[in-house]
Design a protein. Structure first.
Ligand code: CA2
Length: 138
């Protein structure tokens, strides 16, 4: 089984800025733990701050991988392009957020990704990614 985690803008700052909101682990450290936990899954990780690169990665992996775990970060709330890419591919996409976006500012309550994702997991910190992988496994 092959799953890719795709992270959007600013998530490269995890563990380095705003630990009170996003925790103090870097994503690279957390990713190593996921690889250790899900040894039977071929896990890949991609992060970009650029919307078009996220779209290209969804297109590249969206016909051959078994699952995409996507945290589109701020693009969640704005990107028709990412939503269209998800609609165009065959691989199921699970939308993930570290924080509970519904407890935050109103503009974060809107997601262009949710209507095209197979499911949404949010608010469990980095564990949200773990839960998303579990959901794709089953
Ligand atoms: O909670 C999430 O996972 C978000 O997708 C994170 C995005 C935010 O725009 C979404 O509304 C919810 C922000 C990612 C920024 O990540 C940072 C990490 C550390 C320091 C600063 C930003």
């Amino acid at each position: 089984m092959k799953i890719i985690i795709i992270n959007g803008p600013n998530l490269n700052l995890l563990g380095k800025r705003e630990p009170e909101v996003y925790g103090s682990d870097t994503f690279e450290d957390y990713f190593s733990k996921l690889q250790f936990k899900f040894k039977e899954i071929e896990l890949e990780y991609f992060q970009s701050n650029i919307e078009g690169e996220l779209i290209s990665k969804i297109q590249e992996t969206g016909f051959t991988y078994d699952g995409i775990v996507l945290n589109a970060a701020a693009y969640t709330h704005t990107s028709v392009g990412i939503a269209d890419a998800i609609k165009a591919v065959e691989t199921p996409v699970v939308e993930v957020h570290i924080s509970n976006t519904h407890k935050r500012e109103e503009f974060r309550h809107v997601s262009y990704i949710s209507p095209v994702a197979i499911g949404v997991i949010l608010g469990f910190g980095l564990k949200s990614y773990d839960l998303a992988i579990e959901s794709l496994k089953n």
